[in-house]
Design a protein around this ligand. Structure first.
Ligand code: NAD
Length: 484
């Protein structure tokens, strides 16, 4: 097996750093259940070094010109692309996601983010507002030290989606990966250093939620961006609010995917497959409530069942595998609990539903039909490969039902009626919508949630707003008058 034990648990002040006094965290390969590495949670000493070096590096970094910062990020993007295969193999060990996915969706997406925000760095500017002879100019300034906290489904991508805009704007970052997938972010830190970032600009510290909470509480930290569940996001928001810190919250979802009778059936089925089974269903923006108009229901279900014959659940490092295990035993147990609930509450199991009889955390891609809005599987985020198909009759009815959720991350519609596609997209209460496509999240487009799915946006120019602040400078050109 490839050596996946990192040089040390943390990357702090420009170098790998170990402190075995921190709690040991095993890294488990989800495809086999084997322990493939061990890292240690950050001790207070490691956290202090990370924050102190970030505060120091941030000053030096913010003093550079945008083109200079951008050059470092773009060099890091090039290094990632050169090493894409090795990084993808590592990501597959970290997450269990098949190499056929990680080769195109993880390190590659991280490189896109570094390239995009590297390009934007030189364009950041304020404005000039003339007021007679007086004037105001605005300065777009960095926030300072930002904390990033990751989920386990896209560890490398999340580390870069937070790091790239933060660094482009002149901030430093201390990133805490998910304790389930600690490896990918370390490589990003190493590569940024190699690309010319000052020591301490991008630190990675390991640990459970408690380490994240300690980072957020530190007075040197200006902002936190977390990708995670709604309950965790709520805690982070509360902690940040106590010291009035900036937040970006990328949280969970239970997104609707609406298929009208006039849709291109093959595309709609592909959208539903991508939106439920890519990354074994462990994608926050998944369209897990698939509303199919009644006249298309039978054709849709039989085509989904046929297409599922193409699932290959083999060794994730083999590029012909297209469906991997769940990330952890705990997550698989949660998904099995939901499948059981679906059966108990009367949904019709039309495909999958069983775990595989082999080591690791495998579970079949699962499809339920005849799902109704009140069922647990239609209300709760499952975060696994479980598609719920619901019936509907009219546009008005389906839009109301699609929006009847506390979440608002994503939503999709398949139809050949262009006006209807745009009308439905406008009606969705969700931050990231798709017409005749699903789950495409290019770095150029803002991504994020409405309602309880989050605050703020990642990617696109919108992300700049969340990693910088404006200062207005009023310049008086005349003699100052006062009433007395
Ligand atoms: P999680 O909420 O359990 O953990 C997320 C991160 O928060 C982890 O690094 C964890 O250690 C940390 N954490 C936990 N408690 C904390 C605290 N009190 N203070 C600070 N940090 C704390 O989520 P997960 O199980 O890793 O990921 C799955 C969830 O993430 C799902 O709900 C999914 O929808 C969501 N997600 C959202 C997006 C998005 O972009 N919107 C992307 C991927 C995943």
């Amino acid at each position: 097996m490839t050596q996946v034990q990192p040089q040390a648990s943390h990357f702090v002040n420009g170098a790998y750093r170990e402190d075995v006094a921190g709690e040991a965290i095993p890294v488990i390969y989800p495809a086999t259940g084997e322990v493939i590495a061990t890292v240690h949670a950050a001790t207070p000493a490691v956290i202090e070094e990370a924050l102190a070096s970030a505060a120091r590096a941030q000053k030096e970094w913010a003093a550079l010109r945008g083109v200079q910062r951008g050059r470092v990020l773009r060099r890091a993007a090039d290094l990632i692309r050169e090493r894409n295969r090795d990084l993808s193999v590592l990501e597959t060990y970290d997450t269990g996601k098949p190499l056929s996915e990680t080769l195109v969706a993880d390190a590659w997406s991280a490189a896109d983010a570094l390239e995009y925000f590297g390009g934007l760095a030189a364009t950041l500017s304020g404005e000039h507002i003339q007021l007679g002879s007086d004037f105001v100019y605005t300065r777009r300034e960095p926030l300072g030290v930002c904390v990033g906290i990751g989920a386990w489904n896209y560890p490398t991508q999340i580390a870069a989606w937070k790091g790239a805009p933060a660094l482009a704007c002149g901030n430093a970052m201390v990133f805490k990966p998910s304790e389930t997938t600690p490896l990918g972010a370390l490589k990003l830190a190493e590569i940024l250093m190699e690309a010319g970032a000052p020591a301490g600009l991008y630190n990675v510290v390991q640990g459970m939620g408690a380490v994240g909470a300690q980072l957020i509480a530190d007075p040197r930290v200006a902002k936190v961006s977390i990708t995670g569940s709604v309950p965790t996001g709520t805690k982070v928001y509360e902690a940040a609010a106590r010291a009035m810190k900036h937040v970006t919250l990328e949280l969970g979802g239970k997104s609707p995917l609406i298929v009208f009778e006039d849709a291109d059936l093959e595309s709609a089925v592909s959208g539903a497959i991508l939106g439920n089974f890519y990354s074994t269903g462990q994608v926050c923006s998944n369209g897990t409530r698939v509303f199919v108009q009644r006249g298309l229901k039978d054709a849709f279900l039989s085509r989904v069942a046929e297409r599922l014959q193409g699932v290959v659940m083999g060794d994730p490092q083999d590029e012909s595998t297209n469906f991997g295990p769940m990330v952890s035993q705990r997550q698989r147990d949660i998904v099995e609990g939901f499948i059981q609930k679906g059966i108990e509450e009367g949904a019709r199991l039309v495909a999958g539903g069983r775990r595989l009889n082999r080591p690791g955390f495998w579970i079949e891609p699962t499809v339920f039909a005849d799902v109704t809005d009140d069922m647990t599987i239609a209300r709760d985020e499952i975060f696994g490969p479980v598609m719920s198909v619901l019936d509907f009759d009219t546009e008005e009815e389906v839009l109301a039902r699609a929006n009847a959720t506390e979440f608002g991350l994503a939503a999709g519609v398949f139809t050949r009626d262009l006006a209807r596609g745009h009308r439905v997209a406008a009606g969705f209460e969700a931050g990231t919508c798709f017409i005749n496509a699903y789950n495409l999240t290019p770095v150029e487009a803002p991504f994020g949630g409405m309602k309880r799915s989050g605050i703020g946006r990642e990617n696109g120019q919108a992300a700049i707003e969340h990693y910088s602040q404006l200062k207005s400078v009023y310049v008086g050109m005349n003699r100052v008058e006062a009433p007395f």
